[in-house]
Structure formats: C-alpha cells, structure tokens
Design a protein around this ligand. Structure first.
Ligand code: SF4
Length: 167
C-alpha cells in the first residue's frame, strides 16, 4: 500500500508536492470571547492544535487535545482553535506563532492541522503526533460511529497521556 494513502501511518508522509493556493475571504468579524481566551493563555509555553475532523481518527485527536489542555496539562498547554487560527490573523494564530513549542495531534497523513497552519505561519514546524500510532484500535475503522464512545474516550486519553509524558 502506498504509505501516503495509508491511514495507519506506517510511514509518516514526507511528500514534497508543491502548494495549493487557497483564497480566504477576509472578515471584519471577530469573537471577543475567543480573543479573551487567547489573551488569557498567551503566556503558556505549549500550543496544541488538532485535526478537528469528522472521522474516528479526527475525533480521537480532538478529544485527546481537549483532555491534554483542559485536564492533564492545564498549566503548560493551550488548546488552539484550528479554524480560527487558520482563517484569520487573530489571537488564536498568535498562540501558535508565539508558543515555544507547538504540538499537532493529527488523525491521518493529510496532517490538516499542521499543513493549514504552515500556510499562514512561515517556517512553522510543529511536533506531530499521529493518533493511530499512539493508541491501539481496529485500524480498519473509519467512521466516528464505528467505535463506542467510551472506547474513543479511552483512546484519546491514551494519546493525551503519551503527549503529557513529553512535556
Ligand atoms: S483529515 Fe484525516 S483524520 Fe482528519 S477527519 Fe479527515 S480523514 Fe479523518
């Protein structure tokens, strides 16, 4: 199987296929709650972003990031809103830009969190954690509805604990 197509990430991809150019419509809108959150957490040393995806791997990533930032390592880590940080130069983007360490919890080789943010912050090199290399589950599953919620939570906690051990 071509490792670039694989969701079990036997080999993390290192392709160099050029760039896709996206045009993001600017907005004057802002979210004061989000800006307040970013300001409150700006001094934290580790920014954590995650695939926020709709599949099982994305959901495990999302939950792992939440457990990590809101429970296991609250003092060191801040949970980044990927969509906000990518689409507008807000406090969320600054959290990633200014953090001493950036961790991207990714569900699959698409590495959406990493690649999105590399599109808006030059030279960003996050530490990438692939969820399905960091917890064990049936690798043939794809949908978030294909695994019971308690098992998803257990997997996410396993991933989060592994990241905590590196802090
Ligand atoms: S980017 Fe990958 S891990 Fe994330 S939702 Fe899509 S398929 Fe799943």
């Amino acid at each position: 199987m071509n490792p670039i197509d694989a969701c079990n990430n036997e080999t993390p991809p290192s392709d160099n296929a050029g760039y896709e150019i996206a045009r993001i419509r600017k907005t004057q809108a802002s979210c004061s709650l989000c800006e307040d959150y970013a300001a409150r957490h700006a001094a934290k040393p580790v920014a954590v972003m995650s695939c926020e995806g709709a599949c099982l791997r994305g959901e495990i990533s999302r939950q792992a990031a939440n457990i990590l930032c809101h429970e296991l390592a609250r003092e060191q880590t801040v949970r980044v809103c990927l969509g906000g940080a990518f689409t507008k130069n807000t406090g969320q983007r600054s959290l990633v830009r200014n953090a001493g360490r950036v961790i991207a919890i990714e569900g699959c080789p698409i590495m959406c969190a990493t690649r999105s943010m590399q599109g808006v912050i030059d030279d960003l090199k996050p530490e990438v954690i692939f969820t399905d290399k960091s917890c064990s589950f049936d690798q043939s599953l794809f949908g978030v509805d294909e695994m019971p919620e308690p098992d998803i939570k257990a997997c996410a906690r396993e991933v989060a604990k592994k990241v905590v051990a590196t802090l």
